[in-house]
Design a binder for this molecule. Sequence first.
Ligand code: IPE
Ligand code: IPE
Ligand code: MG
Length: 256
Amino acid sequence: MTAVSAAGSPVTRSASVPRHVAIVMDGNGRWARKRFMPRVFGHKFGMETVVKVIDDCASRGVEYLTVYAFSSENWKRPDEEVSGLMNLVLVGVSKYLQRLAKDGIRIKVAGDRSVVSEKVRQAWNEAEALTAKNTGLTLTVAFNYGGRWDIVQACKRALADGNPPELLSEDVLSRYMALAHAPDPDLFIRTGGEVRVSNFLLWQLAYAEFHFTDCLWPDFDVAELDKAIAAYASRDRRFGGVKEGAGPISTNGASA
Ligand code: IPE
Ligand code: IPE
Ligand code: MG
């Protein structure tokens, strides 16, 4: 229950705060369009928002934050936007990596790195290597990530490792998924008003609580984060069982 804030001091997470928050950061393009600016302008502001949200999550005791930065399907966008997003990785790493590393943030990247440019691959490798030993919040950036890709790559690697197909299980596959380093997300947030998953963590979201907001990602702030955490705190998580104290699981343990 103890995380380390971005400032380096330990923060004890109360039970009403999710341990792992996963965010579909949507709405950058519309945010830019409202300002008569190119879409990449929205992505640039979106990156500043991520940096603030990392701090806000760490100070509330969130231990894992996973952000959807580029989906397997985002290659369909105009070349100019795709190259703008790739360039933002380089800008973001050179501008913020040292600070995040100093603040104790551990960075992980989830997604197919084999098809991105050498420069982008190196930037992600550097971010992971420099922060590997940090013990603060774990930031996972889902980049060229798709939930279906993740399931397929996990199966391939599990089989290539010599696991016999008849012994493949949920536990075995979980060890090969791109988020094997993190517990399943407790809270899923999607900004931008769309109410869909868009191929984000299909396997890992099995029992996450969902929160949707019309707020466009560059406008997401600590008040929005607190709204999402409050919504989470009001949910009754049952994981397929019955509410504790009210039914057969708590009254006679091993029933039905
Ligand atoms: C999300 O914002 C960021 C990425 C997909 C990289 P969008 O670019 O999808 O913004 P909208 O949905 O068009 O407003
Ligand atoms: C999801 O947003 C991907 C990211 C936020 C990186 P999209 O804007 O790509 O999703 P759709 O196309 O509206 O489903
Ligand atoms: Mg979008």
